[in-house]
Design a protein around this ligand. Sequence first.
Ligand SMILES: Cc1cc2nc3c(=O)[nH]c(=O)nc-3n(C[C@H](O)[C@H](O)[C@H](O)COP(=O)(O)OP(=O)(O)OC[C@H]3O[C@@H](n4cnc5c(N)ncnc54)[C@H](O)[C@@H]3O)c2cc1C
Length: 309
Amino acid sequence: MALMRSMLLAASQNVWLREHAVNYPFVRKSVSRFMPGETLDAALGAAQALLEKKIGSVFTHLGENVADRNEAHKVAEHYGEVLNRIHELNLPTEVSVKLTQLGLDLSPDFCFGNLEQILQRENGKSIVWVDIEASNYVDVTIEIYRRALAKYQNVGLCLQAYLYRTKKDLADLLPMRPSIRLVKGAYKEPASIAYPKKQDVDANYFALAQEMLRAKAAGQCVRAAFGTHDVALIRRLSDYVSQQGFAKGDFEVQMLYGIQRAEQERLANAGHRSIVLVAYGSYWYPWFVRRLAERPANLWFMLRNVFGS
Ligand SMILES: Cc1cc2nc3c(=O)[nH]c(=O)nc-3n(C[C@H](O)[C@H](O)[C@H](O)COP(=O)(O)OP(=O)(O)OC[C@H]3O[C@@H](n4cnc5c(N)ncnc54)[C@H](O)[C@@H]3O)c2cc1C
């Protein structure tokens, strides 16, 4: 399983595969399980359908490592248009951005300017989430996040439970009243910086999540969101939430579109904050292969599409 995960994560970085695999009908059919379509309209349609089930949404326009200033600037403009459409339709949808898509590889200042443009377009009530990428970007992402949070309250950051450093990163951020989305982590990282065993990642996730909930109760964490599909972990956390006497609506779980749909609905019906991250756009290959690596059984699903298409 670990070998398969490593191979898939290596494949997610392969340029030849990125350019060719996306043209195969069975690959395109498989990706449709994780995204409603490539267009913003498809994402808006999905958000409306989710809202009927009392499920909120976060949009992400797929793309990463943009190396051209114009292109990175266009991404920021695109998110501005997305926020306009969301506001026009009165949807409670937020957005989540990748800093490397906003030009982080070109310059942190340029990237900050693009992030700031998006933050200024948001009306202040909703959070603009910042994704966290591979470990070589963590320091600079946190630096940009701190700079943004010092000026704008409505910015949130994703942190990864597989990194040893995250306990300290969280503790250092709490005095600034951040919004945090905790995930396990989706990249290939060495054992020198990340827990190699799943049970240790899960244990660290639970410990960090408890710290986030306590910080939320103390008014130190504006939003404490848990980005996971791990139902056993979600049950342990919701038990902790009720033992500690938190309001049900204070427990927020974010999942990816198409994964654990029944659990998304169960959480919403139980009065918790259930949110689905809806990805769209044409640059889906690396993102999709990371989804395969999270659950290699998804490969069988893809292979079934070879014969079905
Ligand atoms: C809202 C959200 C935002 C995220 N943002 C980031 C980010 O910014 N940076 C980052 O590094 N990572 C991000 N991730 C990905 C995250 O790091 C994990 O790789 C991913 O969530 C899988 O871990 P898990 O917590 O679901 O637990 P796991 O233990 O991996 O999975 C638990 C169970 O969930 C189901 N499951 C998990 N993944 C899949 C899948 N792909 N397909 C089908 N079933 C699946 C399976 O039933 C599995 O047994 C995000 C995830 C979510 C939900």
